[in-house]
Design a protein around this ligand. Sequence first.
Ligand SMILES: Nc1ncnc2c1ncn2[C@@H]1O[C@H](COP(=O)(O)OP(=O)(O)OP(=O)(O)O)[C@@H](O)[C@H]1O
Length: 338
Amino acid sequence: MGTTPLIKLVDLEKKYISQNNAVTALSGINLDILKGDIFGIIGMSGAGKSTLVRCINFLEKPTGGTVIIGDKDLSLLNDKELRSVRQEIGMIFQQFNLLMQRNVEDNICFPLEISGMSKSEGRKRASELLELVGLSDKKKSYPSQLSGGQKQRVAIARALATNPDILLCDEATSALDPTTTRSILGLLKDINKKLGITIIIITHEMAVVEEICNQVAIIDKGRLAETGKVEEVFSKPKTDAAKKLVYHSSNAVSEMTGKRCIRIVFDGKSSFEPVIANMVLECRAQVNILFADTRDINGQAFGQMVLQLPEDEIISDKIIHYLKSKNVNVEELVDYVG
Ligand SMILES: Nc1ncnc2c1ncn2[C@@H]1O[C@H](COP(=O)(O)OP(=O)(O)OP(=O)(O)O)[C@@H](O)[C@H]1O
């Protein structure tokens, strides 16, 4: 990863103005995306994600601020120059957007034909790309003969055909089942490594961000709520928007009752068992484990656990104090429930 941003969003603002009202879909968005990043942009429905994707490549003109890609300020470019910048940005979508009347090979060749490449060269490039996405045997198939995961692989091959520096993925796995999602995310990771392409993942699912991204930005009601390394946001979410997304991804919420609950997070260097066992002995208190799991974020193992504390405030405080004294990352979930 480099240190100078490849993409810079500067004070980005988008207002939709109609006859009698104005909706501010985005405002004050400042973000630096470095070359080689797999950058997740996450938010709940209506947060402004789709607007943001369209603004990144100026398919939608922002009403304030700008986007800088490399050394180009997109707000200063004419339509022709914008088209050429967009050639450097591949895109994939939730609905794949393949041409149904063309076979796989011709779908991939389509952007190459537009860019003026000869048919034979285009076919050669399509073969290389199909190998990269693991679909060499489907060259002559039509989209209707493919599964969702295979369609998305074709869409990825097509998006990469013109050798873009950036790949924008707009809810690219939202229509896929969990196993297929995982394999597509694996492919994107592979492409990022092999080709050095910077990838932006727009999603409403924290699990997608955890699986593949190194950086994340959380968009809430059109504003940037929080941004940072995925492992930091996962282990210490600061804002309500981040907390909601992180806790939601662990399905813990529905299992909680009205009592005091805490979430504790361990990194790979420590483990739950001795700390919890010693805490029970030391504080002479039982806790209820509502939820526990471990996950791999950027190659580092993280464990998280949601504990329901006893009714007795003094004992609860003692437990929290004990855990903190053992350098465990403890967070109360009081306001979050009900
Ligand atoms: N063309 C438009 N005209 C007016 N308002 C719009 C337009 N497009 C989006 N909005 C509004 O802007 C806000 C952000 O919408 P956007 O579609 O970007 O959110 P989102 O995070 O992508 O949501 P979802 O995940 O549900 O698609 C919403 O309040 C939406 O109603």
